[in-house]
Design a protein around this ligand. Structure first.
Ligand code: FAD
Length: 462
């Protein structure tokens, strides 16, 4: 097995020839070029600045050309021309990823899919939907709600991120307590893709054939449309529950997902973290308590407040999600917790863990060793069918050696780590090469021009 080099950054002449061919072939295609450096910079960034490690690697990387497309035919036109000119192509949704996923490492063209945003169909009987990849999930949610349906899983960036970017770059979020993670079989039913070849093919993939493109950072195919199951729309009740005692709060977070209360998300914030969050209108500022944030079905409200009280919790605020004023509760969890915390503390970063069970001893040991340099934020999820607690702890940045020591310590204690300080699909996951993802790249991007540098299995020559 010999390694594969990254494609070279194209010369300015090559980019000019590509731009000329594209505008000659389709005058309606929107191209943003080298004479607009601020625009090129904007389309070359995501939220990688959460990681000091990635900032050092990515802040100078720039696209050389941006194409904004509205149709599948335009995707084919751009992909074919890039191949013929040997120009790397990086697909971009809304650019809200956290790991530099859509930052072009070898320049070239960035393909902005946000103008391609139609809901093609929603089957009224099965609730299965087919939607174009560039639609913002917040817009899609509103269109589905008109039919009494909702997306199963959304990230906390639901209002600003695309559905294509979520499947290609995300992992889970609000709804993961019920539906697990995006890569769990059943959460993605099919894809329409354009291949990266001189004569690009438009392919319809079933669920099994789509799986290797799910969470592959757009390295092995351009997703133009997705088939997804939906779920019934629920006007979730937002609940903020205060706990004076951390162990009681943790016990509630461990136990609630195993009860029959219908919940769509559960977030636990340590007292210091809660202090730094913006709260919805009408919800009091914290007074030193830990806070449990819940999205609960209306039927849960008869018995849930008493249940929480019996476990040491106090219901501090509640409101239907549809009536929320100010920030909605779902923008206080997942990586929004990190966002709000870092707003006042730019010298902090974070990690992503799946905690071993029982969670208490691991958390206590990490607290003992890392003390004030770590703050706790937990999310309840379903992992391989079972209730688990994920954790997105906030870390005081003390250099790479300290980060590596903490990562090693978490692994020693039995936590699974999803490292947000690395560039490749594999290293951000379980660290192993997925042969199916690499096989899909051979089949749909044989020249290795899609988002170069992000699939380690390809670079290693698998
Ligand atoms: P982008 O960032 O534009 O792209 C992500 C990756 O997908 C890139 O590699 C890109 O090349 C590729 N891509 C995009 N569109 C396509 C396509 N059509 N075809 C092929 N490849 C494509 N993530 C979660 O999973 N859960 C969360 O709860 C969550 N919370 C977040 C909170 C904050 C504050 C921030 C900043 C980020 C969060 N994220 C979360 C990460 C990110 O917001 C989501 O994963 C989001 O869904 C990405 O969508 P996007 O449109 O911004 O994708």
């Amino acid at each position: 097995m010999s390694s594969r080099p990254l494609p070279p950054r194209p010369s300015a002449e090559r980019i000019a020839a590509l731009a000329e061919e594209l505008s000659g072939a389709d005058a309606s295609l929107e191209l943003l070029q080298a004479d607009q450096p601020a625009v090129l910079e904007r389309f070359s960034r995501d939220f990688f600045d959460y990681s000091p490690v990635l900032v050092a690697q990515l802040q100078e990387q720039r696209a050389q050309l941006v194409a904004r497309i509205t149709t599948v035919e335009q995707v084919q036109l751009v992909a074919g021309a890039c191949c013929r000119h040997g120009v790397p192509l990086t697909v971009r949704g809304a650019g809200t990823g956290n790991y530099g996923q859509c930052v072009p490492l070898r320049g070239g063209l960035v393909l902005d899919l946000t103008p391609m945003n139609r809901l093609r169909r929603l089957d009224p009987l099965s609730g299965v939907l087919e939607v174009e990849a560039g639609v913002l999930m917040g817009d899609l949610e509103r269109r589905l709600a008109d039919q009494g349906r909702a997306l199963r899983l959304v990230p906390s960036t639901v209002r600003s991120a695309t559905i294509g970017g979520f499947i290609a770059g995300g992992s889970g979020g609000i709804g993961s307590l019920r539906w697990g993670f995006l890569r769990d079989p059943g959460n993605l039913l099919g894809l329409e893709i354009v291949t990266m070849e001189p004569e690009p093919r438009l392919l319809q993939l079933d669920a099994a054939a789509s799986a290797p493109l799910n969470h592959a950072y757009g390295t092995n195919g351009i997703l133009t449309a997705l088939r997804l199951p939906s779920t019934e729309a629920v006007d979730w009740r937002q609940l903020v529950v205060g706990f004076g005692d951390w162990d009681q709060a943790l016990a509630a977070a461990q136990t609630l997902p195993r009860t029959a209360f219908e919940l769509n998300s559960l977030t636990l914030l340590e007292d210091d973290v809660a202090m730094q969050m913006p709260w919805p209108v009408g919800c009091s500022a914290p007074n030193g308590e830990h806070r449990l944030l819940l999205l609960a079905a209306p039927a849960a409200m008869e018995a849930l407040p008493r249940w929480l009280e019996a476990g040491g919790g106090q219901l501090l605020w509640q409101s239907p999600q549809s009536c929320s004023r100010g920030i909605p509760l779902r923008e206080l969890g997942w990586n929004h917790t990190t966002l709000h915390w870092r707003a006042g503390r730019p010298g902090w970063t974070y990690l992503q863990l799946l905690l071993p069970q029982p969670e208490g001893p691991c958390l206590a040991e990490l607290r003992r060793r890392w003390g004030e340099a770590i703050r706790w934020h937990l999310e309840a999820v379903k992992h391989q069918g079972a209730a688990r607690l994920a954790c997105l702890p906030l870390l005081l940045w003390q250099g790479d050696a300290s980060l590596q020591e903490l990562i090693a310590h978490c692994r020693e204690l039995g936590a699974f780590l999803f490292n947000p300080h690395v560039l490749t699909v594999e290293d951000g996951g379980l660290g192993v090469v997925d042969a199916d993802q690499v096989a899909a790249k051979h089949a749909y991007d044989p020249m290795g021009l899609l988002n170069p540098g992000k699939l380690r299995g390809w670079l290693e020559g698998h």
